[in-house]
Design a protein around this ligand. Sequence first.
Ligand SMILES: Cc1cc2nc3c(=O)[nH]c(=O)nc-3n(C[C@H](O)[C@H](O)[C@H](O)COP(=O)(O)O)c2cc1C
Length: 363
Amino acid sequence: MVLIHTELCDIVGIKHPILQGGMGPYKTEALSIAVANAGALGIISCIGMAATLLPEAAPLDAERLFGTDPPAVILQKSIEVVTKETRSSGGIFGVNVPVASEFILASQMFVEQTIESCKSDSDTERSLRVIVTSAGNPKPWSVLKDEGFIWIHVVPSAYHAKKAEAAGADVIVASGHEGGAHVSWDPVHSMVLVPTVAKAVKTPVVGAGGFCDGSTLAAALCMGAVGIQMGTRFIATKESDFEPMWKQAVIEREERQTLVGRGLFGPMRFLRNRRAEEIVEQTLEDLPNFYLGEPLDSNEKILDLERTGFVDLMDEKEDTALMFGGEVAGRIQDLPSTAELIEGIILEASEVLEKAPNFVVNK
Ligand SMILES: Cc1cc2nc3c(=O)[nH]c(=O)nc-3n(C[C@H](O)[C@H](O)[C@H](O)COP(=O)(O)O)c2cc1C
């Protein structure tokens, strides 16, 4: 078997230097099992679970997606399922906890539940090694290391990477603007961001945003990263928890068919459809207020567009469903199993790296 072994594999204890990105609104339970069993890092996603806390305000009908359990119980059960389903392969998984200030009480609750789940089951303690924090201030989260977790933090800039390093993160994910869902307002893409962050910090860096195959994994390594995190590519896999319509939309979109607009927790990249266009129109209407720093009375309008977008997602209305996705959708045309995808990426990356000396024609 071909292997690409990097520092990331040693730190996390995985075979392949590939992380599955956290991806709400789903739990990504089935996906995390498949990814962990294939030797990469599977991730359970928490953000959607939190919607059950705010049934009135939340943009999605959480009960329809998760049932009536409280969020900590949803996470606890999910951890139990992933532990059980990865036991025989020895797969490693983690939990993604967004730590945006609007979300902080939920973040603490998810972290506490994750710690509790590890304490109460030795198999979970062995396999649930990682917590990935994202979309917020890393400073309060160094406690994760004291609890024995490998702590990975996601950043959109070298400035934020230095903060994550100062806080003690074990690994930093540099997330470029082409990525799906949450992005920074500053449009710095992976080609610039990954090498900039890799130079700015000594902590191992993982590239995210635009990675989908062996050549982009090889490119990430050449830019100083120790691995890649993928979101959009993993949506279009046989096992992923996403609606068939969403998987198909990733396969059909070309590279110019995504849009960035304002979401509830900041800017988001959507697969282009009528709903995404409406959100961008509302974002542009709000823009002068952003710069003036005034309270946004259109919050409710964005919320409504998101809420109906999620309802239409469940009702499989392609044109008005809310679907996030990265520019890399333009490079995705198939629906492989997760294991086929990961093995293919590793094989292609090793071929590319082997051929690399021949890229230069010496005269
Ligand atoms: C549908 C979707 C939902 C996402 N939700 C989250 C999330 O809940 N938390 C998070 O940290 N990142 C989230 N992301 C970002 C991914 O974890 C990952 O960093 C990103 O997708 C990488 O870029 P790519 O889409 O080009 O692969 C999401 C991405 C997508 C496509």
